[in-house]
Design a protein. Structure first.
Length: 112
């Protein structure tokens, strides 16, 4: 579920959503399908999380066109929408590199 709250610069302090009342200090969670049509609302801030990835990838095609309108970007695929709204997937592959080892630098001789 997408987190939504009222931006600090909004001309109103609170509003109702399908997830409940939101304010400048409190957020609510809403479905991806509720958030997409409202992405261009400058009074709301949306935070998409990793859990939203599956919902974004399974949106009906009509939401891609709607996403293009509300974001002002040319979105033609679910992958483009995913890249725009979500942080990139972290690679889950184990690194086979060797751990870094450092050798101490020799100290210069002390002059007397």
């Amino acid at each position: 579920m997408v987190s939504v709250k009222v931006t600090d610069g909004a001309r109103f302090n609170a509003t109702e959503t399908v997830g409940g009342r939101i304010t400048k200090k409190s957020s609510a969670t809403v479905p991806v399908t509720w958030a997409i049509p409202r992405l261009n609302d400058t009074s709301l801030v949306f935070t998409f999380e990793e859990e939203d990835r599956e919902a974004l990838l399974s949106l009906p095609e009509k939401f891609l066109a709607l996403s293009s309108k509300t974001t002002g970007k040319d979105i033609t695929s679910h992958a483009e929408l995913e890249m725009l709204l979500l942080p990139p997937l972290k690679k889950r592959l184990k690194s086979k590199s060797k751990p870094k080892t450092t050798t101490p630098k020799p100290e210069p001789p002390i002059e007397e």
